[in-house]
Design a protein. Sequence first.
Lengths: 212, 212, 212
Amino acid sequence: MIELSFFNILDLLGTVAFAISGALSAMNRRLDLFGIFIIAFVTAIGGGTIRDILIGSTPVTWMENTIYIYLIGLVTILAIIFRKKLDHLKKSLFLFDSIGLGIFTITGVELGIQNNLNPIISITLGTMTGTFGGVVRDILCNEIPVIFRKEIYATACIVGGLAFIFFYELGMAQDVIYIITSVTVIVIRLLAVKFHISLPSFYLSQENTLQK
Amino acid sequence: MIELSFFNILDLLGTVAFAISGALSAMNRRLDLFGIFIIAFVTAIGGGTIRDILIGSTPVTWMENTIYIYLIGLVTILAIIFRKKLDHLKKSLFLFDSIGLGIFTITGVELGIQNNLNPIISITLGTMTGTFGGVVRDILCNEIPVIFRKEIYATACIVGGLAFIFFYELGMAQDVIYIITSVTVIVIRLLAVKFHISLPSFYLSQENTLQK
Amino acid sequence: MIELSFFNILDLLGTVAFAISGALSAMNRRLDLFGIFIIAFVTAIGGGTIRDILIGSTPVTWMENTIYIYLIGLVTILAIIFRKKLDHLKKSLFLFDSIGLGIFTITGVELGIQNNLNPIISITLGTMTGTFGGVVRDILCNEIPVIFRKEIYATACIVGGLAFIFFYELGMAQDVIYIITSVTVIVIRLLAVKFHISLPSFYLSQENTLQK
């Protein structure tokens, strides 16, 4: 087992948060034990995997360290055991999804910078890292992908990414940047849902719409 | 910013065409501002990204040059502003989808040849590059994937790819090959839809069909 | 054409099995000639492609050797010609899917070991290699993904992967390990469906369920 950097610890925290959200979605779909584990696994590693593949960092992170698999297995079992305590599924799912979103945004932006990518591309990578696991979870569980629901979602990652770059350019300490970024993403997401904040949508005139 | 080759210019043209088609689909789904941008982005970079990942050319193209992101952002804004002018959505969507299809087919075949892949594999790569963005757009927007509609679609890419290889083997100038290939794909697609040309389908006897 | 190792031959056998299952699914959906080929192709190469991308072995296997494409084309044509003989579609589909599952599990675990990945990660890679093609086929053909149906599916790959690692550690000959592994996966899958064996599922209380 390799030594864990602060970066890896964040990656693991995001993994745990998304694994719980995946396990909850899977139980909601009445999948069996392995089905729950597989959805938890894909949700947890989805964002980091697409991030690693896009920048060409292979074998992908979870392949180089068994801790990811063991952790997701443990989280799945705990989520099953304590499923009755996680009442208000919608709230639990939303909370853990938001935490994962905030943390994975950081790892995407950070890896972008480490790979000398342009700031705006690093923010895009952060947004994809944050949102991809949840989108795959929702597609596999046949929910409306979280990214398309009314409230602000990917936008929170973009704002968090901008904060990351801003304080990075100011030369602020890495740990502080990490905390500011994730808190920014999570708070925006929580406020957006609490107060039903959404961006304007633009649609075409009625007669213009595709006939299905 | 790196200097643009003719290859990059084509890649940008295909990006613009697919970004418009993505933005139109997203507005048809009444997504918000960032939702429209994200669908435009994924549609525009989807084909090139799968192409780059499959041949192992990472970081993928849009990560190495910010012009892709800025261009897709600009196209999204213009598509929103001029959405009333893009009346006959179905026709606009179809036209830009066809242009993207033709251009991205070229970039896939070209990269296959540059990587010393076999001609038939280069054609396959061109077909995947051409069709992937549209398929992802349709899955995310919950439309029937364009590749499965009645008229000829992927077949146009395959024929265009064959033309590319044929004239390449004849030693024709690259620019001429590019133009012939894209025009071939676009014309086949336009004619197929105009005249409802489709390939034969083969199905199983009634009692043979899967019970759902 | 490169020389074929025993590994490549297995990869080709799994490719044929999944190509047949893909062609059957596509004919069930009344797709046209190229639609059938594309579904057969994606089903057949899906698992191996995700395996190669995750470990960073690019260009992916089917790009380095034209035999994959020719073979899938041939299989598609044969499946169309003999579609009336493949009566009991459900049984044929199930049988070929199981064979592909067993064989691709081997190639994933084997490549994991060759890349010095941890045994548990090699088993995960084997499971993803075995199941991914079928999941993509089912999503594209709008079936319920096979991985979510009641009977044991991915679990068969995991047990087969464990058998692989166990006999590998014992120093058994490679060919014997390969045969034991694939037979394990296939037999578990066949028995699970025949006797409706399933794992327990855990669901949340009624009032706890997500409102849709």
